[in-house]
Design a protein around this ligand. Structure first.
Ligand SMILES: [Zn+2]
Length: 234
């Protein structure tokens, strides 16, 4: 159930039965010539939906559609919030859920940049220090990289895996272009415009992307995360 689609009473009832709340954290970020700016929001939202269909008493909080960005920050369409803003808003959302009695939370982030994840991690860590609750923080992007055939270097942002997953989730907003690009290591240089590291806007070769492959990957991620929930968040 989506929290924004139920009443306060229904929310209260679910929480009184120890509901698991999933908070998807997305982004509004350039993803090449073929994928929409909301790619990193739509993917964790999809996984949250799939989990809620397969498990009892799961509530999905509205996704946060903004993240903290470096490599795509200067590319038109990317909307980046600061590290401190992201940490604060995630902390406040979690705090508010806990105020209403929630004790089990899965935070799932579609964007997986280093500073972005550090901000979200700090927020979650502060919350578990302040309250007797359980929080699991994962990135579906990272879980995806454990999917066997894709544990290789060279596929990343907007690449084969993300394109395939989006073709499964929302094919109507994936363009027909299938770009190819690579990550260029800056050798330790701190760049004013980090998009130089991804001159083609994507990392990987999207030529073989397909909805069939994407569905396999999305199912794999859902199954993996459900196993993690059953082990640590029951
Ligand atoms: Zn992405």
């Amino acid at each position: 159930m989506r929290i924004d689609s139920i009443t306060a009473d229904d929310f209260k009832k679910a929480v009184s039965k120890n509901a698991l709340v999933i908070l998807p954290i997305g982004a509004t970020e350039a993803h090449g010539a073929h994928l929409p700016l909301g790619t990193d929001t739509f993917q964790p939202e999809h996984i949250a939906r799939e989990i809620s269909e397969r498990m009892d008493n799961v509530l999905i909080a509205p996704a946060l559609p903004y993240g903290n960005h470096s490599s795509m920050k200067n590319v038109p369409g990317t909307i980046s919030v600061t590290f401190d803003s992201l940490r604060s808003v995630v902390h406040d959302i979690l705090d508010s859920l806990i105020w209403h009695g929630v004790t089990r939370i899965l935070v799932i982030s579609g964007h997986c940049g280093t500073s972005h994840m550090a901000a979200v991690t700090e927020a979650c860590r502060a919350i578990v220090m302040e309250h007797d609750v359980r929080i699991m923080l994962i990135s579906d992007y990272e879980v995806m990289r454990t999917y066997d055939p894709f544990c290789y270097d060279g596929d990343g942002h907007g690449g084969l895996a993300e394109t395939s997953r989006m073709l499964d989730i929302c094919p109507d907003i994936v363009n027909n272009e299938r770009p190819r690009g690579r990550f260029v290591d800056a050798s330790g240089m701190v760049l004013r415009d980090a998009s130089q590291c991804m001159p083609d806007g994507v990392e990987g070769d999207t030529a073989d992307a397909s909805a069939v492959l994407g569905e396999e990957m999305n199912n794999y991620i859902t199954d993996t995360v459900i196993r993690m929930i059953e082990r640590d968040l029951k």
